[in-house]
Design a protein around this ligand. Sequence first.
Ligand code: NAI
Ligand code: 15L
Length: 265
Amino acid sequence: MNRLLITGANGNLGREMRTRLTHLAKTIRLSDRGDLGEAQAHEELMPCDLADKEAVQKLVEGCDGILHLGGQSVEAPWEVIRSANLDGMFNLYEGARKSSVTPRIIFASSNHAIGYHKQTERLDAKSVTRPDGLYGVSKVFGEAIASMYHDKFGIETASVRIGSCFPEPQNHRMLSTWMSHEDFVRLIERVFIVPRLGCPIIYGASANAASWWDNREVAYLGWNPQDSSEQFRAKIDAEMDPPAGDDVNAVYQGGGFCGDGIHED
Ligand code: NAI
Ligand code: 15L
């Protein structure tokens, strides 16, 4: 790849991917509305707000790959969600449509697009969405934007419904939803390598024994997660009690987000 854009580069995943994806492109273009620090030799820094349409057009121009991590990453008042995740997503895809180079895109969707499914259910790419809050609704919107720009303009996107991508799972629910940073990198590599991507929905989780998600629909990507949350089970059991049977964290895939109300400012 010539130029890979990483949005949300100052966030938790953005900071990880900044150092882990250097082998994928000659130049890594980094963006966030927060501080991006000093540029390394292979980096370009282009800070902007995703809601700024003109700035996002310039940001996307000339990129052949985009890892779209930027945006509001948890529940928040509607105005915050709308600006970062709806306007931001539309601006990014308009930028891609108008760019002189058509980029392949990875969209960081979320398990909160399907959060109201029960933990007893097994989901795949065809399962209906059941967002568990305004944040989850914004991720469903993002997946719909990706689908429409694929059907109408041929822009390829992998919408990754990330479970919980942290150094370690932090509670019993995350034994099902956890994805290691290394497995995320392996997925990103496959998405940018395969000759034909299309516009798949992918569940972003490691090879967890307690998984709720089935990725057989995207077997053609050749992504084989190598890590498993089982190595952390004893530690989590020692640190905390499992949630009670009727607790949202034990009932719904989206866990605590399902118990949250609408955030007003
Ligand atoms: P984060 O909150 O640490 O990073 C998001 C970044 O986006 C921040 O640096 C923030 O400054 C930036 N941002 C927010 N609004 C912006 C705007 N209007 N314009 C420009 N930049 C803006 O989140 P994290 O954990 O790094 O997640 C990255 C992406 O992955 C997010 O889209 C999140 O929804 C998604 N995701 C992450 C999961 C995880 O386990 N970390 C799970 C599911 C989805
Ligand atoms: C998400 O979508 C969030 O961005 C992340 O911070 C975690 O809360 C994750 O989901 C999760 O469900 O564990």
